[in-house]
Design a binder for this molecule. Sequence first.
Ligand SMILES: Nc1ncnc2c1ncn2[C@@H]1O[C@H](COP(=O)(O)OP(=O)(O)O)[C@@H](O)[C@H]1O
Ligand SMILES: [Mg+2]
Length: 250
Amino acid sequence: MLETDGLLKEFGGLVATDDVDLSVESGERVSIIGPNGAGKSTLINLITRRLDPTDGDIRFKGESIVGLKPHQVVQRGVSKSFQTASIFPDLTVRENAEIAALAAEHGEFGLNFLTHRNDLSSVRELAEETLADVGLLDRADTEAVDLPYGDKRRLEIGIALAAEPDLLLMDEPTAGMSPEETQSTVDLIERVKAERGLTFVLVEHDMEIVFSISDRIVVLNRGRVIAEGTPDEIRGNPDVQEAYLGGVEL
Ligand SMILES: Nc1ncnc2c1ncn2[C@@H]1O[C@H](COP(=O)(O)OP(=O)(O)O)[C@@H](O)[C@H]1O
Ligand SMILES: [Mg+2]
């Protein structure tokens, strides 16, 4: 489904991702871990086309997406759960989900949906379904600004899901959440994974979550992939323990 080939990103003299070959099969759940500054967010932002690679290629379903704009990548089927930035605070939860569903069909902020009025009922339905999935249906008419933090983060995941992605990218979706909010987000990811058979790439610092939710784990350090494997393989990998955890037992 996704393949990066020699992906290099430099910021001035700093190499943020260094020759990264990442491949994700359809239906696979891949987590990316690594210390702060390892290049995890850069890698995600390259895939969503928020950043241009310095070198290398990114293929989605066999076709290069390096020349595409971010909204074109969404239309191909790649969504990212953006941190809060994707929420329109003054709109209701429902309106936020509907806009996301519309944008995926008709382009980012494209107003050409006015010529596709027949599609609006399907957009409404999809938004409703998505809000049910993320457990926000009972708050559908609340203004997004009034949601508690954990619900806002779940709405972001909902906004990403409303685009009906084939591949969902999440960058630390539980950052800043309370233990209860974290648990309900993990439950949500598990449920969506079971119900929608979603392929995802997750960046997450909580190892308990990573080990329980992933089919495969990719370890980045200083921009390079230093290990990859199943949770069991990664748990026992001495290089990972050394580089990433300073020798702490996993
Ligand atoms: N827009 C940017 N401009 C300059 N340097 C950046 C930028 N974004 C990230 N970096 C640098 O690239 C490296 C990788 O960062 P990042 O991908 O955010 O790491 P991670 O998400 O693993 O913590 C870091 O050294 C960071 O300071
Ligand atoms: Mg990051």
